[in-house]
Ligand binder design. Structure first.
Ligand code: ZN
Length: 59
């Protein structure tokens, strides 16, 4: 889950708007936009995903 740094809305990474392609960053943009306010958030770090997997809290 990603918590929006602007409005605090929590959403799964899949629900976020990815690859905006308009921010001018080189390569593919990895930012994930909040579906509610469109604030750009950093994607969930892989490390955290692994930790979640270990504890089996998701899915
Ligand atoms: Zn937001």
């Amino acid at each position: 889950m990603i918590r929006c740094g602007y409005c605090g809305h929590e959403f799964p990474e899949e629900e976020g708007i990815r690859s905006c392609g308009r921010c001018g960053k080189p390569g593919s943009c990895r930012m994930v936009r909040c579906p509610r306010c469109l604030y750009e958030n950093l994607p969930e770090p892989q490390v955290i995903k692994k930790i979640k997997k270990v504890f089996g809290s998701q899915k």
